[in-house]
Design a protein around this ligand. Sequence first.
Ligand code: HEM
Length: 464
Amino acid sequence: EVQGLADRFRLFLAIIGCHYSINSGTFKVVFSHSALQRIRPGVHVWKLTKPIVVLCGYEVVKDALVNHGEHFSDRPPLPTSDIFGKGYASGSQCWRQVRRFMLSTLRSYGMAKRPWRMKSTIFCSFSLGGAFNPIYLLGFAVYSTISSIMFGENLDYKDPKLYGLIRVTRNHNQGMNSNLYQICNTFPILLHLPFVKEKVIHPAQEMKQIVLQYTQKHRESIDLNTPRDLLDSWLVKLKEEESHPGSPFNETGFIVYISGLLGAATDTTSSSLTFCLLMMAYFPEVQERVQREIDEVVEHERFPEMKDRTQLSYTNAVIHECQRTLDLAPIAHYHAAVEDIQFRGFLIPKGTTIIPFLTSVLSDPAHWKNPEDFDPDNFLDDEGQFKPNPAFLPFSAGPRSCLGENLARMELFLIISALLQKFTFRKPAGSKPIDFNYVRNNKITFLVSSKVYAAPRTVDSRRE
Ligand code: HEM
């Protein structure tokens, strides 16, 4: 009910011209989920106080973000973030340089380059017995991975430092989605009120403190010729660029980018992992087939690795279908037109906010057989081999698509396949069958409040 009230409030804000308050909840108040899926593919112009363009259906979203990607690659200004300097998500034109740099450093230090091990403590925690919500344990795995890539730290799941990182990042992410932020983005004058400004900037300040602490430590031990992690690479870049005025690689920019990356990389992935495990508990026959496949392909003494993915077609299809059903970022991030552009019969003025409605792509009936159902066959050909589907765009598409897509896909594959190799997940006795309509409309509640049992798989149970 509280969520419903918040969604209605956001709709009210949207009607009075507060387009920052539009989120999937706002769409939900106006249309039911099934009505949402029937929204005609095309370009929809919402004339609130300022027109907003909503792109619907695979063909249109792809046309805008890929074929006309450069024209729609800007971001609208975001006053609450811009307090800290033009960041990665705001309309600053430096994004291209920073993005290229981030992608190459992620490649250098990402999971593909660091041997990644499922830490034994997470397995012990899964084995404790009793029904539990896996989002916290999976959060440890994700935060520990990103902290190793960014800060070179291999934090154990019991390390208080990891808890600190999780608390601060979650507060930061929750703040960004709060109603207060939306109101301030619409009426930035409110940011001149000291108590409002303090409330808005507090979570980002905490994040900044953590990044500054890591930076201080790195500066004390860095060898500029052999950077050890993503933060070291930034410090090397800052040194190289210090004589270039106007470079985006400066002291203020770097804190914003590092904090933004931390925020973007964590709860997105842990929510997706949690959803996969919950689906396995609700669809035991799918889980069984995944486990059979893993047992056939991967020797039981080792965990599945990326090289196994081509042989684990069904497992791969199931993970894709979980992501499609979860539809984690229904309206991606807002884009903005870089210049006046003629697009599909509309003249879209420079600066217009563009919303790529990813839900309409992930459930576009022209591309999915039964968009409303959970069906891994959506990603399998007649021989049972994995078959990519072009309308699978949970990470969006084009020059501003998700920067961490490869890392997130690796995490999903490695963690889910390792967990299913070692455990069977079951829903608590007496749970009702899953109601997708409820799940779609109450994703957060479903993710944080559903429970599962994890039964360890023995070698014998694997042979059965
Ligand atoms: C399952 C996990 C994830 C999902 C579903 C997801 C989804 C998305 C989506 C839909 C966007 C908006 C793209 C657009 O505006 O068109 C985005 C942007 C972004 N994501 Fe992710 N993401 C995930 C994980 C990650 C990870 C692991 C990282 C970092 C390592 C990351 C970093 C970013 C960044 C930096 C942006 C902004 C890109 C830009 O403005 O150019 N994301 N993500």
